[in-house]
Design a protein around this ligand. Structure first.
Ligand code: SAH
Length: 213
């Protein structure tokens, strides 16, 4: 597992591309500058890893496009020590970005193959999420709730009620909503019963599926 000057150069170019596309959060851009995305992909994709594209990661799933990772991370407004729940660990790349931002990350994956593969990868890269779980993200992680923020990295047909319930007051839930195309949606919890909703345009994700596999 090598990270070379060539990879670093490609990452710097990727960060310029993300800035041109409108990402402004310095901490998010710096995290992307540091994390070796090529090591989250099968080695056959090594030459493409720093293109702003999604790629297959096994079990019919994809690593999110860097722009999408940056956009969702920016919407979370991560502060150091924030307790963040991620639904859809997948390759672990988004998890790594959140860890690099100083968050305590709890992540759930429903595909056992990916859960095992990614759980093994993190220690090799010295990335230490707080908790990795194999299960159904529709249910959240009630035993670790409440969370400062929650990020869903698969397309959800609706907002799972347990996720709203597991958010702190003032907390942020970032979730792509829709079936074929998703609208990036931010919910901010105002009090026990009220959430403020903001929408940010179209994205495309693999679907959020029920149960585990
Ligand atoms: N953050 C990941 C995105 C992977 S794609 C990355 O950048 O690599 C979305 C992931 O969500 C897939 O791995 C998929 O298996 C997972 N997923 C889909 N439905 C889920 C659910 N209900 N609970 C947990 N994970 C789920």
């Amino acid at each position: 597992m090598k990270d070379t000057a060539k990879h670093q150069g490609l990452r710097n170019q990727l960060v310029s591309t993300l800035e041109q596309k409108g990402i402004t959060d310095r901490a998010v851009l710096d995290a992307i500058k540091k994390i070796p995305r090529h090591l989250f992909l099968n080695s056959s994709f090594e030459d493409y890893a720093y293109q702003d594209k999604a790629f297959p990661i096994g079990a019919g799933q994809t690593i999110s496009q860097p722009y999408t990772v940056a956009f969702q991370s920016q919407l979370l407004e991560v502060k150091k020590e924030h307790k963040i729940l991620e639904i859809g660990t997948g390759s672990g790349y988004q998890t790594a970005v959140l860890c690099m931002l100083g968050a305590k990350v709890y992540s759930i994956e429903r595909q056992n193959e990916l859960f095992k593969q990614t759980s093994n990868l993190f220690p090799k890269l010295n990335i230490r999420p707080k908790h990795l779980s194999f299960g159904d993200g529709y249910k959240g992680l009630p035993s670790y709730a409440p969370f400062d923020s929650i990020i869903v990295t698969a397309g959800a047909p609706f907002i799972p009620q347990p996720l709203m319930a597991q958010l702190k007051i003032g907390g942020r839930l970032v979730i792509p909503l829709g079936e074929d195309v998703q609208i990036m949606t931010l919910l901010i919890r105002k009090n026990e019963t009220q959430f403020e909703k903001h929408e940010f345009g179209e994205f495309r994700f693999v679907p959020l599926l029920e149960d585990k596999n």
